[in-house]
Structure formats: structure tokens, C-alpha cells
Design a protein around this ligand. Structure first.
Ligand SMILES: NC(=O)c1ccc[n+]([C@@H]2O[C@H](COP(=O)([O-])OP(=O)(O)OC[C@H]3O[C@@H](n4cnc5c(N)ncnc54)[C@H](O)[C@@H]3O)[C@@H](O)[C@H]2O)c1
Length: 341
């Protein structure tokens, strides 16, 4: 699969983990996290330059960003050096941003090891880190030079993180890929799913089509990837990024954005109920945590990047597999919907 962008193109290769280890250049600097390093210690042991960072979202910060840059300089990385990001979305985003900045940009290879990173974060060229003021506040568009995906890595991924990535697979189905929905309703995403390869490829293909058609988020198409994310991000912010993983918050967000869409007459009636049933079947949450103030949630949604002075902007389903960015939504109306149940 090839992803075309304004500065060129990059291939996405689907291969076995064994082939990935065999294809790696032992001299390439490779950055990973402690969990991945623990599971793949033998393979990593044969590589010369490996930086292991703490695992988790808190690593996506300025300190670790500086640490990666300093390490690249220390190992003598040059303009042509290819930096390898081996890990989930945290490592991909952080290392991608370091690659975008080091010597004003060096190539980087994404090897996603979590489901979320395979189907979402490794494709599209968005890289970045969190600031104390908010998530993903510093970043760049820096396309990888290649992406190598192997579902073999998922064998060691904890099941909660597997479900976390599954939320983005369902989202791909809801917004642009109805064939995925038919398959997932028969057999939800799970580690040894017989169609896992096809599920990953379909999700990646959906993202490829969207990012190629709207690389810099200027025509509204890329914004459709945010279905479930306006409510989901607000929940994550209100919970200070604790308790719920991103995909879990997005699962709740998709149910509620479908309810909002139904009330606004954009989304067919019955959609929210079906999504709630899908999420429950997948083992993902559907309810807004009871201790969150729903008025605060709407205020938080106003801080979303897509919101304007004329109101909230939400990516809403117009049917199974179709989605549209709706702007100028009155926050008072959203508040009344959130308070109605
Ligand atoms: N750039 C983008 O377009 C984009 C899109 C969506 C999400 N993101 C970002 O992605 C991040 C979330 O990604 P994530 O869910 O992969 O988080 P993550 O990188 O923290 O990985 C989740 C957990 O799984 C562990 N892990 C990863 N692969 C493993 C494996 N094969 N075996 C065992 N453990 C493994 C990690 O150590 C971590 O504990 C967020 O920071 C989010 O902002 C970016």
C-alpha cells in the first residue's frame, strides 16, 4: 500500500515480525518503550543503538522529546540517518516529532506495535507531544519514510489495549467502511481473530484514503476521523487523562455523538442504540462516567480545535459508513441532550 502526500509518498508493508527483525538495519537508531523492550528483548539485543523510554502517555512530553534529540546527537545521527519508532502511538508520535526536528528533519520508520498505532496513529504524518497545557499541543506534519505493520506484535499486547485499538477500528467502519461493521458485528475484534489481517488493512486503507484527500485538514474530510472524539476528548480532559484509555473515551463519545446527531436530525434514529450495542459487545464502555459534570463537558467541548465562535463542530454520522462535519452547533442544545438521560 502506498500513501501519497505533498512531499512524496511512503509504503506501508504488512509483514511478519520475523521479517521485520530481519530487515532492520542494526545501525539504525531505534526508540521503544519499556514494555515493548521487555517482550522483544532478544530481537532488540542484536541491535546496536536502542533507546528505551518509560511506557505510557506521560512519556509524550518535552523532557523525553529533548532526551530523544540529545540521544540522536550522542549516537552521531546524521541528516540521512533513519530513526526507527518501535511501539504504540506514544512512541510513534514522540519519535516522529523528534525526527521532524532533529537537523530540521530526518527520515523515520514507523513500526507500530499496538492495534491503535497500526490502524490509526502510524499513518497520516501527524506527530507531536503533549504540553502541560494540553494534549498534542506541540507537533508537526512529518510523514514516515515507511510503515511496517505486523499483527504478530499484538500477541503480547494487553487485552485492554487491544480493545482500545478496536474502538478506532469500529470508528473506521462507522464513518467510511461499512463492510467492517458487518464483519465486526459477527465477530468483534480480538487477538486471535481469523480476519485480523483484513481488519487492520481495511482500517489502514480507510485512513490512507482520507489523509491523501485532506493531508493538512483543510477540506473537512480529515475532520470526519474525529467522529466520537469531540465528546471523547472532553471526557479525557475532564478525567485528566486517567481512568479511561483514549479508545474507551472514544467509544463513549461515539454513542453520545450519535445521540446528538439523531436529535439534530443528521443521524438516522436508532444509530446510537446500535453503536451502544456494538461497543458493549466489544467490551468497551458506553456511559459518561457518573462523576463527570455534563455542563463542564460541554464547556470542554468548546475548547476543541474544530469549535468556532459560531458554535461546536462535530463529525456526525449520516448513515452507516457516511459522515459529515457539522459546524455551528449550539452548545446549549448539546448540553440539553447530554442532560436528558
Ligand atoms: N498521530 C496520530 O495521528 C494519532 C492518532 C491517534 C492516536 N495518537 C496518539 O497515540 C497515543 C496512544 O497510542 P497507544 O494506545 O498505542 O498508546 P501507547 O503507545 O501508550 O501503547 C499502549 C500500551 O501498550 C504497550 N504496548 C504497545 N505495544 C505493545 C506490544 N506489542 N506488546 C505489549 N505491550 C505493548 C505500551 O507499552 C503501552 O503500555 C496517544 O498519545 C494518542 O494521542 C496519535
Amino acid at each position: 500500500m502506498i500513501v501519497r502526500h505533498s512531499r512524496g509518498e511512503y509504503p506501508i508493508h504488512f509483514r511478519s515480525a520475523e521479517a521485520i527483525w530481519a530487515s532492520l538495519n542494526p545501525h539504525d537508531p531505534i526508540v521503544t518503550d519499556q514494555n515493548v523492550a521487555r517482550h522483544y528483548a532478544d530481537a532488540l539485543g542484536s541491535l546496536e543503538r536502542v533507546l528505551v523510554l518509560p511506557a505510557g502517555e506521560r512519556t509524550k512530553n518535552l523532557t523525553q522529546f529533548g532526551r530523544v534529540l540529545g540521544w540522536l546527537a550522542g549516537v552521531g545521527a546524521k541528516r540521512s540517518t533513519r530513526v526507527v519508532a518501535l511501539g504504540g502511538g506514544v512512541i510513534g508520535d514522540l519519535v516522529g516529532f523528534a525526527a521532524a526536528s532533529y537537523m530540521r528533519g530526518v527520515p523515520f520508520l514507523q513500526i507500530p506495535t499496538s492495534l491503535l498505532a497500526m490502524v490509526d496513529s502510524s499513518v497520516g504524518g501527524k506527530v507531536g507531544i503533549d504540553l502541560p497545557a494540553g494534549k498534542n499541543l506541540a507537533g508537526a506534519f512529518h510523514a514516515p519514510s515507511e510503515v511496517w505493520i505486523s499483527q504478530d506484535f499484538l500477541k503480547t499486547l494487553p487485552s485492554r489495549h487491544h480493545r482500545n485499538g478496536a474502538a478506532e477500528v469500529w470508528k473506521a467502519g462507522y464513518i467510511h467502511r461499512p463492510a467492517l461493521l458487518d464483519a465486526l458485528r459477527k465477530n468483534p475484534v480480538r487477538p486471535m481473530h481469523p480476519d485480523l489481517q483484513w481488519i487492520i488493512e481495511e482500517s489502514v486503507e480507510m485512513k490512507r484514503q482520507v489523509v491523501e484527500a485532506d493531508e493538512f485538514e483543510t477540506n473537512g474530510l480529515r475532520a470526519t476521523l474525529n467522529f466520537g472524539h469531540t465528546v471523547g476528548h472532553a471526557i479525557e480532559r475532564q478525567l485528566s487523562y486517567r481512568r479511561l484509555l483514549h479508545g474507551e473515551a472514544i467509544a463513549v463519545g461515539m454513542v453520545w455523538e450519535a445521540k446528538i446527531g439523531e436529535r439534530l436530525g443528521v443521524t438516522p434514529v436508532g444509530t446510537a442504540g446500535q453503536i451502544a450495542a456494538d461497543m458493549a459487545q466489544q467490551g468497551l464502555p458506553t456511559a459518561i462516567p457518573s462523576d463527570l459534570d455534563r455542563r463542564d463537558l460541554v464547556l470542554s467541548m468548546g475548547g476543541d480545535k474544530k469549535a468556532t465562535h459560531s458554535g461546536l463542530a462535530l463529525s456526525l454520522l449520516t448513515g452507516w459508513g457516511t459522515c459529515k462535519l457539522i459546524t455551528g452547533i449550539d452548545p446549549a442544545e448539546v448540553e440539553s441532550i447530554l442532560l436528558s438521560e
